[in-house]
Design a protein around this ligand. Structure first.
Ligand SMILES: Cc1cc2nc3c(=O)[nH]c(=O)nc-3n(C[C@H](O)[C@H](O)[C@H](O)COP(=O)(O)OP(=O)(O)OC[C@H]3O[C@@H](n4cnc5c(N)ncnc54)[C@H](O)[C@@H]3O)c2cc1C
Ligand code: SF4
Length: 338
């Protein structure tokens, strides 16, 4: 039995005041990850600060032509919002590839960024896990590691970040707006999630006393030639083995600009400017896409059960870029499923 107090935050300043006053407290938004972790005894917050009623539920255009998404916009509302569905379809597609309709109705945008790894050992409190208990060891390195990372791993942790939405946000160059006791700041998406290094217990660069208030998308939505391709064990309700967010800007058959990010392969959405540079100025064909995949995966390292991911990722990248070039994105259903 976890003895947790419950409090509701009245506004963002109150939420920050409450979290700063109690290092054992946790925000709760949709609760779809936090409650599961509490049930498994992985998280034991002494106090839950309910932020679900804060006025952070709007999707609005910014003065520079981008879009600002409140941290409490439910994943479903975001995917089906006309501004997102029309101008940022890669993001809509990524969101709809995740979880189930019921979960997407509850899950918030901010919570999706902060969901924790699905490493089996992280969830099993009977096993050593450096992320759950720093210094205890990593059970996955010599254990069951089929779902685990092939890029950016460390000797202390080989977990992956499980989000789909974040892979598209990384490719779109989003920004994360946060507020803490010292005021508001914006974090570039590439700097939001961390690699495990020697501190795998820290997933992000958000400070414990800060709240995510919004995600900002730049004006460029790359809506013409994009794909979000998710490879998984079942067609729904499964986390990615490998996923690819790919977008191209084409001039005739030549690639003017490109975005490429991978999910399911690292502790954060994986994006490497040199892979995108390998696409720019080149012909949009299989040879170019294969070269870019090789650049993106050049440091990939497999473990006993997940080495297959390296080849899977290479093929998924080529397929995603081919679909993006043809303007035929994998259709993750634009029908409304609630
Ligand atoms: C069975 C299942 C399948 C799933 N499949 C997928 C999938 O395929 N793809 C995918 O991407 N996701 C998947 N998910 C994960 C789901 O998307 C996340 O659980 C959800 O996005 C979390 O949002 P939430 O609002 O419920 O977060 P909560 O559970 O409320 O919170 C999660 C964490 O974020 C913190 N937090 C929440 N909001 C804020 C904020 N604004 N500021 C600071 N901290 C905050 C909380 O303190 C907590 O630590 C799945 C989940 C389940 C249960
Ligand atoms: S991979 Fe990371 S989360 Fe999984 S057991 Fe090792 S330290 Fe824990």
């Amino acid at each position: 039995m976890i003895n947790s107090q419950y409090a509701r935050a009245s506004d963002v300043a109150d939420a920050v005041r409450q979290i700063a006053a109690d290092p054992t407290a946790k925000f709760i938004a949709g609760g779809t990850n936090l409650i599961d972790l509490m049930k498994e005894d992985v998280e034991r917050p002494a106090r839950l600060i309910d932020i679900s009623r804060l006025p952070l539920k709007s999707v609005e255009e910014t003065t520079d032509g981008g879009v600002r998404i409140g941290a409490l916009v439910p994943n479903s509302d975001l995917a089906y919002h006309p501004l997102i569905a029309q101008r940022y379809p890669m993001l809509a597609s990524a969101i709809l590839a995740g979880a189930s309709a019921q979960l997407r109705n509850m899950a918030s945008t901010g919570g999706n960024l902060l969901q924790r790894t699905r490493c089996y050992y992280f969830y099993d409190v009977a096993t050593p896990c450096n992320k759950r208990e720093p210094g205890s060891g990593c059970s996955a390195i010599a254990g069951l590691n089929r779902m685990h990372a092939i890029l950016g791993t460390s000797e202390t942790c080989i977990a992956t970040h499980p989000s789909d939405m974040c892979v598209a946000l990384a490719a779109l160059d989003a920004k994360v707006h946060v507020t803490g006791p010292e005021g508001a700041r914006a974090i570039a998406f590439a700097d939001f999630h961390r690699l495990p290094g020697s501190t795998p217990e820290r997933d992000t660069n958000l400070q414990p006393n800060e709240i995510v208030t919004a995600i900002e998308l730049p004006a460029r939505g790359l809506a013409a030639n994009y794909t979000y391709l998710k490879i998984r064990d079942r067609l729904s309700y499964a986390f990615a083995l490998v996923s690819v967010a790919a977008a191209l800007e084409l001039e005739g058959g030549t690639i003017k600009d490109a975005r490429l990010a991978l999910g399911g392969v690292a502790h954060k959405p994986w994006r490497d400017p040199s892979a995108e540079a390998a696409l720019r100025g080149e012909a949009a064909n299989e040879a170019t896409f294969t070269r870019a995949a090789d650049v993106l995966l050049h440091e990939a390292k497999g473990f006993e059960h997940n080495a297959f991911k390296i080849d899977l990722a290479r093929r998924a990248i080529v397929r995603a870029l081919t679909q993006a070039a043809a303007g035929t994105p994998q259709s993750q259903s634009n029908k409304k499923i609630r």
